[in-house]
Ligand binder design. Structure first.
Ligand code: PMP
Length: 341
């Protein structure tokens, strides 16, 4: 567990002691973050430009929080001006934003957002499930208060096991203070950050049994983090960037249209390409699976029926795989039925 903590600290670029893996999938980390930060009536500002903001808003509503949404069209990202307007208007306690919006393929720039939030007395909560290891993120330097990720993306470990989560020191104090002031207990025993912090040896107290950890998954997560550390974050970021650029160029050369127009806003791990007119996306994804043993996803949430999503992450992010996907897609577009209506 200590080695996993060190691996997460490296991947997150943080010195923060309260760093641990939750026993569950990305949603579990998302709930852990929101359950521990919010109490009924607290105001949370959720940046919604795809399904992950929608989900965060849903979870926060279930907690009885006062949820304010900052909206952007799918495929677009938030500027510091957008965020500042939301902070001024709603004066939230927490801002939720997604670094790698996997339903739309957008990479959200994080520069300056932590500082901006703190100027307005707001905490910054970031979802990096689809981006960690694939695009730069610097938890301490970017003043991110709460950060979580997932095991099954760039880290190549099994899903549903142990996404990493980290809370920066100020939030630890905040959370503790808030826990003492809470009218209600944190709504989940399983995800109670105070109990988890003890279980993971983050609070300097002797460790007490909290739940039975999914140890097989933890071994895989430890290995995934070790592989990332051996490769080095910079090399991993560069590899994902280069392969994403190669993929995007190949798709454009085929006459296809990318969903995210601005090149620098494209998520290096997941590329969204507009479904060409006349095709049924299900025909294409089924063809790729049946004939090329390859899983390309259709849209998700607001992009259903509009895009195909190509995920190349971790060990799958190679130039050979880029060429394989492009060849397979070319074959699919030739062989799948196209309506002329
Ligand atoms: N956030 C983002 C950005 C994701 O891409 C995902 C998974 N696709 C999740 C959260 C949820 O993770 P999980 O499916 O592991 O619960």
């Amino acid at each position: 567990m200590d080695e996993i903590k060190a691996g997460i600290q490296y991947a997150f670029q943080t010195h923060n002691r309260l760093t641990l893996a939750v026993s569950g999938s990305g949603h579990c980390a998302m709930e852990a973050a929101l359950f521990n930060l919010l109490e009924p009536g607290d105001t949370v500002l959720v940046a919604v430009n795809g399904i992950w903001g929608q989900r965060a808003a849903d979870i926060a509503r279930r907690l009885g929080a006062n949820v304010c949404e900052l909206l952007k069209a799918p495929g677009k990202y938030f500027t510091p001006q957008d965020i500042e307007q939301g902070l001024v208007q709603h004066r939230p306690l927490v801002l939720f934003i997604t670094h790698g919006e996997s339903s739309t393929g957008v990479l959200q720039p994080l520069e300056g957002l932590g500082e901006l939030c703190h100027r307005y007395g707001c905490l910054l909560l970031v979802d990096s499930v689809a981006s960690l290891g694939g695009a730069p993120i610097f938890m301490d330097q970017q003043e991110i208060d709460v950060l979580y990720s997932g095991s099954q993306k760039v880290l190549n470990a099994p899903p549903g096991s142990a996404p990493s989560r980290s809370v920066s020191e100020p939030v630890l104090c905040f959370t503790r203070e808030k826990l003492l002031r809470r009218k209600t207990m944190p709504p989940s025993f399983y995800l109670d950050m105070g109990l988890l912090a003890n279980y993971w040896g983050c609070d300097g107290e002797p460790r007490r049994y909290h739940h039975t950890a999914p140890i097989n998954s933890f071994f895989s997560l430890r290995e995934g983090l070790a592989v990332l550390a051996e490769l080095g974050l910079e090399n991993s970021w560069e590899r994902h960037r280069a392969n994403c650029t190669r993929l995007c160029q190949g798709l454009l050369d085929m006459g296809l249209e990318l969903f995210v127009e601005e090149e620098r806003a494209r998520l290096p791990t997941i590329t969204t390409v507009r479904l060409p007119d006349g095709y049924d996306w299900k025909d294409i994804t089924a063809f790729l699976m049946d004939n090329h043993g390859m899983e390309v996803a259709g849209g998700l949430g607001p992009t259903v029926g509009k895009v195909l999503r190509i995920g190349l992450m971790g060990c799958n992010s190679t130039s050979d795989n880029v060429d394989r996907v492009l060849a397979a897609l070319r074959d699919a577009l030739k062989r799948c039925q196209r309506s002329r209506l």
